[in-house]
Design a protein around this ligand. Structure first.
Ligand SMILES: Cc1ncc(COP(=O)(O)O)c(C=O)c1O
Length: 378
């Protein structure tokens, strides 16, 4: 995380709540991925953080993008990303996404058999397989479990590959993404083992895309070793789709203390909440919280936001020196699914995003004003 001095300066200059990003940390995360997965093609899962400035930095380093909406495809097109570096994914793609993917020359990730007939003629495609495993993450984040809506079953996959070929598409290979913020890296090994069962029916394929979902402290080299072995079994090139791993540590959410109250629990009330960082509420995610003030007296506090929702908590049971109005809290690991999942609920303006480039701050997204929120209603 950036130094306390730098964070204080940013909060004073740009106000709070504020997303701050460290370009050095973004570059370092990318370097770790490039080293561990040397030889693999990297497609950043844009959903984690679609800010154009971050995308531009990744694109300049040769990274491609996995897109799951018309808006994400529009961002890639705006940046001039070549089709060979684009994946169009999603369980319920719209006609517009098929058309945009074809226009851009992207590769499609087929999520169900019916899509074979919906793809534009002569498409390149991967078939997403759901290995139907117990995944060590929050239910809402588990995409490779039997109950999740994603992919085709192992039994269905060979027939979908055949159907793609019969329809004149280029069936590049297989795709598996089992979830996000996965705690136990053995889940990846288990998924790759299940996929290997397909080899007898599918024969060799050109591409094996193993998605993302790596925990921030995961042993990337270990996962990469297993992924490479899985790709070799199919004689395939390895593709990966990291999202959170690339951007989470680069981002911090800065929020100021508005006040405190001691009722059933000790509440430290701050100016950011579920509208700026919904992961704690939606996934029970625990983000590290650092107070940027000092004091001898400490106590255990819940960090609560301004929304009229009991679940609007950024963290529970955090030990803090006694908070005072105006004190600054830094909430770490907020670069992924922070700004990306922020909302205008309660007509709250989404905060600015600023990037520290080692010498100065660059505003990479301006803070919204209330009229920006209601503009489309006029
Ligand atoms: C298909 C696919 N690939 C990659 C990712 C990136 O996951 P993460 O951000 O956990 O690395 C996601 C996110 O859920 C996804 O749905």
């Amino acid at each position: 995380m950036l130094s306390a001095d730098l964070l204080q300066t940013a909060a004073e200059r740009f106000g709070t709540p504020l997303y701050v990003y460290d370009s050095a940390e973004l570059d370092a995360a990318l370097a770790r991925v490039q080293t561990a997965f040397a030889g693999a093609r990297i497609f950043y899962a844009m959903k984690a953080n679609p800010n154009l400035h971050l995308l531009r930095r990744l694109a300049a380093a040769g990274v491609g993008f996995e897109c799951v909406s018309p808006g994400e495809l529009a961002r890639a097109e705006h940046l001039g990303v070549p089709g060979g570096r684009l994946l169009v994914n999603g369980p319920a793609k719209s006609d517009g996404e098929y058309a945009a993917g074809a226009r851009l020359g992207a590769t499609f990730i087929v999520d169900r058999a019916e899509e074979v007939g919906l793809l534009p003629p002569g498409s390149r495609a991967l078939v997403r397989v759901n290995p139907a495993l117990a995944i060590s993450t929050h239910d809402h984040l588990a995409t490779g479990s039997k109950a999740s809506k994603f992919g085709v079953t192992l039994e269905q996959a060979p027939a979908v590959l055949d159907a793609l070929r019969a329809a004149g598409h280029e069936a590049l290979g297989l795709h598996v993404h089992i979830g996000s913020a996965i705690r136990d890296a053995h889940d990846f090994t288990a998924a790759f083992e299940r996929l290997a069962e397909l080899r007898a029916a599918t024969g060799n394929v050109q591409v094996l895309d193993v998605g993302g979902g790596w925990g921030l402290d995961a042993d990337l080299h270990g996962i990469a070793h297993e992924a490479r072995a899985a790709a070799e079994r199919f004689g395939a090139e390895l593709w990966v789709e990291p999202g959170r791993y690339l951007v989470a540590n680069a981002g911090t959410l800065l929020t100021r203390v508005v006040g405190t109250k001691r009722t059933g629990r000790n509440f430290c009330l701050v100016d950011a909440g579920m509208t700026e960082l919904i992961r704690p509420m939606m996934y029970g995610a625990a983000h590290p919280v650092t107070p940027l003030w000092e004091g001898d007296q400490t106590d255990v506090w819940d960090i609560a936001g301004p929304a009229c929702e009991s679940g609007d908590l950024l963290a529970r049971d955090v030990t803090l020196p006694t908070p005072e109005r105006g004190g600054l809290l830094a909430i770490a690991e907020a670069g992924a699914y922070g700004a990306a999942m922020s909302s205008n609920y309660l007509s709250r303006s989404r905060p600015a995003e600023v990037l520290w480039d080692g010498r100065d701050w660059q505003v990479i997204r301006r803070c919204e004003a209330p009229q920006h929120i209601w503009q489309a209603e006029l």
